[in-house]
Write a protein that binds this ligand. Structure first.
Ligand code: ZN
Length: 63
């Protein structure tokens, strides 16, 4: 029940990013879905790959 409230507030519980395709040499398209309501989230841009799991995620600039 609490999960539905969070989804209603647009705070989704997304699963892992899934690689969809390449946009250019270094930019990719990723997607992930909310585990509760199935809301789809699309990311296009630079990605990074986790060294330990091999899973891709959006590249976050580190300061
Ligand atoms: Zn959701």
């Amino acid at each position: 029940m609490i999960n539905n409230i969070l989804c209603f507030l647009n705070i989704h519980k997304y699963g892992d990013w899934v690689h969809v395709g390449m946009l250019s040499n270094h930019q990719e398209k990723l997607k992930r879905r909310c585990k509760n309501c199935g809301e789809l989230d699309i990311y296009k841009g630079f990605t990074e790959t986790c060294i330990t799991t091999g899973k891709k995620s959006p590249y976050v600039f580190k300061h």
